[in-house]
Design a protein around this ligand. Structure first.
Ligand SMILES: Nc1ncnc2c1ncn2[C@@H]1O[C@H](COP(=O)(O)OP(=O)(O)OP(=O)(O)O)[C@@H](O)[C@H]1O
Ligand code: SF4
Ligand SMILES: [Mg+2]
Length: 339
C-alpha cells in the first residue's frame, strides 16, 4: 500500500504490477513492480519520458495489454475485485462504467468511417438497454457536456471534419458516456496547440468534479498538468521512482530524475530566452539496463557510486509515508531544490 490508506478508500489500487514482453534478448518487463493508487475523486499525474511505461501500466490495468505482452505479476484492485483475475467478458463490463480511458492518439482512436454520433451511440448501447433514439439524445447531451458547439448538428460529422481539439472532446464524451468512477486520460493534449491544451485540461477538471470521478493524467509534461493533479507518480524504465503530493514534488523532489524533469520545465517567470535544461544522457534501453539503479548513467548524484550500481533501489517512504522515492541518496537532495 503506497501511503497508509485503507483499500476501501481507493478507486483503484495497483500493487506490484508487472507486465512483460518476450523479445530476442529474453523477457523484458515494461511495467516493473508498479504500485500506485488513485483515491476516489483525486487526480494522479503519471509522468515520465517516452517509453517509461505509462501507457502500458494503464492498458494492463484495463486488461488491454497488447499481445504477446502479458501481466506476469501483481494485483489491480478495483471495486473489491482483482482485475487481473477477471475473464475477458467481466473486464468488458468494467471498461466504460467502471474505468474509462481516453487513448493517446485521437485520430486513430476514432473510426474514420462512422460519424461521431454513431460511435458514441455504439458505446452507450453496448452497455445500456436503450434504443437508438434515446442513445442519440444522450450522445447530444454528452457533446454538450464537453462543450462541442451546436451538438445536434455536429453529431453527424465524421472525425476528419472536426479540429484536433473537437476530436479530443469527442473522445472524452465517449469515455464519460457510461459515468465511469475512474477516467484515465493518456496524453490528452499532445498534438494540440497551447491554448487548446489548457481548455482540454480545464474540461477534464470540470467533468471530474461534476461526476465525482477519480482521474489519471498521463503526461510527459509535468509543468502542464501540475495545476490539475493532487499527486504524482514519476516513472522511469517501467518503475515508479517517486510518488508524492504534487506540491511536495515541486517543492522538494526526492529523486534525481524528478529534479531533472522539473528543471526541464520552462519557467514562466524566468528570464526571456532562458535555455531549457534538457535531461542529459540517453533514455534507458529496457533490453540492456545497467546493473543497480536504472537512472545511474544519467544521475548527477550517483553515477559513480558503488551502492547505486549494486541493486535496483526499492520505492520507499522518505521521512513521511506519503512521499516515496526509489533513490538511495534522496536525503542529499536539498529541500526546495526541485527548481
Ligand atoms: N507492442 C509492444 N511490444 C513490445 N514492446 C512494447 C510494445 N508496446 C510498447 N512496448 C514497450 O513498452 C515500453 C513502455 O511503453 P509505453 O507505451 O507504456 O511508454 P509510455 O511511457 O506511454 O511512452 P510515450 O510517452 O511515448 O507514450 C517501451 O519500452 C515500449 O518500447
Ligand atoms: S539510487 Fe543512486 S543512481 Fe539512482 S537515482 Fe539515487 S543517487 Fe542516482
Ligand atoms: Mg504512452
Amino acid at each position: 500500500m503506497p501511503d497508509g490508506h485503507k483499500p476501501a478508500d481507493y478507486a483503484l489500487d495497483v500493487r506490484n504490477l508487472r507486465t512483460a514482453f518476450p523479445t530476442d534478448a529474453g523477457t523484458i518487463a515494461v511495467v516493473d513492480d508498479v504500485s500506485l493508487a488513485i483515491r476516489p475523486r483525486e487526480t494522479l499525474a503519471v509522468v515520465g519520458e517516452s517509453g517509461s511505461g505509462k501507457t502500458m501500466t494503464f492498458l494492463s490495468v484495463l486488461g488491454l495489454t497488447p499481445p504477446p505482452g502479458k501481466i506476469v505479476g501483481g494485483e489491480v484492485l478495483f471495486g473489491g475485485r482483482d482485475l487481473t483475475k477477471l475473464s475477458a467478458e467481466e473486464l468488458r463490463d468494467i471498461r466504460g462504467p467502471g474505468i474509462a480511458m481516453v487513448f493517446q492518439d485521437p485520430l486513430t482512436a476514432l473510426n474514420p468511417v462512422f460519424t461521431i454520433g454513431a460511435q458514441i451511440v455504439e458505446v452507450i448501447r453496448a452497455h445500456r438497454p436503450v434504443g437508438v433514439g434515446e442513445a442519440r439524445a444522450q450522445a447530444i447531451e454528452l457533446l454538450e457536456r464537453v462543450h462541442i458547439p451546436d451538438p445536434a448538428r455536429l453529431i453527424d460529422n465524421y472525425p476528419h471534419q472536426l479540429s484536433g481539439g473537437m476530436r479530443q472532446r469527442t473522445l472524452i464524451a465517449m469515455a464519460i458516456a457510461l459515468r465511469p468512477k475512474l477516467l484515465i486520460a493518456d496524453e490528452p493534449t499532445t498534438a494540440l496547440d497551447v491554448t487548446v491544451q489548457a481548455q482540454i485540461l480545464e474540461l477534464l477538471a470540470e467533468l471530474r468534479a461534476e461526476d465525482d470521478m477519480g482521474m489519471v493524467l498521463i503526461t510527459h509534461d509535468l509543468g502542464l498538468v501540475a495545476k490539475y493533479a493532487d499527486r504524482m507518480a514519476v516513472m522511469y524504465a517501467g518503475r515508479v521512482v517517486e510518488y508524492c503530493e504534487i506540491h511536495e514534488g515541486f517543492a522538494a523532489a526526492r529523486h534525481p530524475y524528478t529534479h531533472s524533469l522539473l528543471r526541464s520545465i520552462p519557467r514562466l517567470d524566468g528570464p526571456a530566452g532562458e535555455d531549457l535544461a534538457a535531461i542529459e544522457g540517453q533514455p534507458p534501453n529496457l533490453e540492456a539496463l545497467p546493473p543497480g539503479c536504472a537512472f545511474r548513467p544519467r544521475c548527477f548524484l550517483g553515477s559513480d557510486r558503488a551502492d547505486c550500481a549494486a541493486e535496483r533501489p526499492a520505492l520507499l517512504p522518505t521521512g513521511s509515508d506519503a512521499h516515496l522515492s526509489a533513490c538511495l541518496h534522496w536525503g542529499e537532495l536539498a529541500a526546495g531544490g526541485g527548481r
